[in-house]
Design a protein around this ligand. Structure first.
Ligand code: NAP
Length: 315
């Protein structure tokens, strides 16, 4: 990687995980943490994953060859405006935001024409936040989607590609619009459903709620894990991917009504056909090696591997 100095703005789960990758694979690079929180800056230094840390974001980017925006999607535009005067000529700016079109629209107007912006999104994460939650293996075997702009020079795209390859990610290039639609169904809708189900449970009367928690292992538990994801991050994702999410929610609502109708009319065949179709999708996800999950600080031996998952799910 051709970076002497890298600034990561937003030293949370994703930002600090990238810092750990750089520390591991590119120890000569000077790492600078920029974060609005002094506590996060102190933590980054204490953990030894930054050489320098500052809440002054303009100062934090000075002299850096690579600047990674790892803040919530809604903060990318305001952060770009703040850092613009400090950016070095020829610097590459990238981001990790879960939405691409809105981030590009918010960031681009602020950047000087002597830097290059390469939008990207690692498809990896956990429900945990903050600098202590990060770990270098987070991106291993996961996709990193890069959504270059038509005017982005090839050498800037290559630099960001190398960063994600070093993190162990598989690279996919995509149009920003397609990214937002695909992620609306694979990530944003499942989170919306999880937040809604857990919200419905939290509105139940106390005696019912207690039993929901007690017997949560029957399915509810997995929704609570997803619904424990960072509230600010997810607020920003839904607000900034409004069109794609509303399109997918509309389709989902129609399909849900179809299921409701099949249950009401006792149409077992319709239900069974649907469940057989969805089971086949699960098999494809396992075959694509996207079915394992990890938690921070978990040793690789404890991470369920596809084979174990196949046995556990009986498929
Ligand atoms: P996180 O753990 O909450 O970290 C975000 C960090 O950015 C926090 O330290 C936060 O400080 C800081 N921050 C917030 N606003 C800022 C601002 N205006 N200027 C400077 N720093 C600011 O979040 P994360 O999970 O790493 O997510 C970061 C980005 O990665 C988001 O865009 C998200 O869409 C994307 N992403 C997340 C995941 C995931 O599963 N978590 C996966 C892929 C991509 P405070 O804590 O003080 O607010």
């Amino acid at each position: 990687m051709a970076f002497n100095q890298v600034t990561i703005i937003g030293f949370g789960l994703i930002g600090s995980s990238i810092a750990r990758v750089l520390r591991r694979d590119h120890p000569v690079a000077r790492l600078v943490c920029g974060d609005i929180s002094q506590e996060v800056c102190d933590k980054a230094l204490a953990l030894g994953i930054a050489d320098e840390a500052s809440t002054d974001l303009t100062a934090a980017v000075q002299g850096s060859d690579l600047v990674v925006l790892a803040v919530p999607v809604g903060a990318c535009g305001p952060v770009a405006q703040i850092i613009a005067p400090g950016l070095k000529k020829g610097a590459v700016i990238t981001d990790v935001g879960s939405v691409k079109q809105a981030v590009i629209a918010a960031v681009m107007p602020h950047l000087p024409d002597y830097v290059d912006f390469v939008p990207a999104h690692p498809i990896a994460g956990t429900e945990h936040s903050g600098p202590e939650a990060g770990f270098a293996e987070l991106f291993q075997g996961r996709w990193a989607i890069i959504t270059p702009l038509p005017e982005t020079p090839l050498n800037a795209i290559e630099k960001v590609t190398k960063l994600w390859e070093a993190a162990g990610s598989n690279i996919e290039f995509m149009e920003p619009r397609r990214h937002d639609l695909v992620l609306a169904i694979t990530s944003h809708l499942p989170h919306l459903i999880a937040y809604t189900i857990v919200g419905t449970a939290s509105d139940l009367e106390d005696h019912l709620k207690a039993d929901v928690i007690k017997f949560s292992a029957s399915g509810f538990r997995d929704f609570t894990r997803i619904a424990a994801s960072d509230p600010v991050m997810w607020r920003d994702i839904f607000i900034n991917n409004q069109d794609a999410v509303l399109e997918i929610v509309q389709r989902f609502t129609e399909d849900l009504t179809g299921m409701q109708r099949a249950i009401r009319w006792g149409d077992g065949q319709a239900l069974q056909d649907m469940f057989a179709r969805t089971r086949a999708i699960r098999r494809q996800v396992i075959d694509a090696k996207q079915a394992d999950y990890r938690y921070p600080n978990q040793s690789p031996a404890l991470v369920p591997q596809p084979e174990a998952l196949r046995k556990a799910s009986g498929s």
